[in-house]
Design a binder for this molecule. Structure first.
Ligand code: AMP
Length: 289
């Protein structure tokens, strides 16, 4: 496939750019995405541009992070519209690699991060984090960035990526960026496009209930009781299934029984279905600054 200005499709082209930029002493930022770009993604691009001379935005629907019954085939893809959105950022280069090149014949390597991936989404989506860790490791090696930007929206993923960069001595700053939300509180997500009109009206309840769960726990309600309240509330509001609402230590994702001013930093994590659409979100639950 040919390249239009601002977009490249091969590792060779990426490496040529990276070699030139590094030779010029330019700072490189990396923003990995699966495309169907929304304001959440664009906030990462904006942040990267404000801190780096060059920014690589990758658009790659990574087959290795989808389970056999998940939505790989139907995941929204719209490179044309993504490139239009990125055109507003003139130092951003879109890198749109092909899956058959990214995982060439005989590809057999996996990056596994233990510990952090045993909780929350890791328990429910068995190959998800090794798929994410493998592709992010490859993208870091391919683009040699000074900084790489990830959203707090996928907080567990951010922790896993921080861990792998530390453990594998990859010289990059992993930067977490705040969750960007629609005016009604729903976190932007490419998967929101799946929601029916009715489910779209219900969806912001996830964020509101997670916030209320945090308030309850901060007010002294035992974490298990606050979580149970939240799960029930989500079902009452019309969610079809709740995978988890868990209050966890922010650094390690370990469970907490109570939150008080002596507790380590904590977050409430939630995953729930509206029909066949799985939504995740998280909010801080720290009772001190
Ligand atoms: P995805 O395309 O869903 O894999 O997301 C690519 C990156 O964008 C990840 O680092 C996500 O955490 C981040 N991201 C997705 N949604 C949001 C959001 N609403 N606010 C901030 N960052 C987000």
């Amino acid at each position: 496939m040919g390249s239009s200005p601002g977009s490249i499709y091969t590792l060779t082209e990426l490496r040529e750019n990276v070699v030139t930029w590094r030779a010029n002493g330019e700072q490189i930022g990396l923003v990995p995405t699966m495309g169907a770009l929304h304001d959440g993604h664009l906030s990462l691009v904006q942040r990267a541009i404000s801190e780096c001379d060059r920014v690589v935005v990758t658009i790659f629907v990574n087959p290795k992070q989808f389970g056999p019954t998940e939505d790989l085939e139907t995941y929204p893809r719209d490179n044309k519209s993504d490139l239009q959105k990125l055109a507003a950022f003139d130092t951003a280069l879109a890198y749109i690699p092909d899956a058959t090149k990214m995982y060439g014949p005989g590809f057999s390597t996996r990056v596994e991060v233990d510990g952090l991936t045993e909780h929350l989404c890791g328990k429910l989506r068995p190959n998800f984090f090794s798929g994410v860790a493998t592709i992010v490791t490859k993208l870091l090696i391919q683009s040699l960035p000074d900084r790489a930007y990830f959203g707090d929206k996928d907080f567990q993923q951010l922790l896993v990526i921080r861990r792998l960069a530390t453990d594998l001595d990859i010289s990059v700053d992993i930067i977490g960026c705040p969750v960007i939300r629609e005016p009604d509180g729903l976190a932007f997500s490419s998967r929101n496009a799946y929601l029916s009109t009715r489910d779209r009206i219900t969806a912001p309840a996830l964020f509101k209930i997670l916030q209320q769960t945090a308030e309850r726990a901060k007010a002294g309600e035992p974490c298990r009781a606050a979580e149970a309240w939240a799960k029930n509330e989500l079902i009452q509001r019309g969610f079809t299934k709740v995978e988890y609402v868990d209050i966890r230590r922010e650094e390690t994702l370990e469970s907490l029984d109570m939150i008080n001013e002596r507790s380590p930093r904590a977050r409430v994590f939630g995953a729930a279905y509206l029909g066949t659409t799985r939504l995740i979100d998280n909010v801080t639950a720290t009772s001190h600054g």
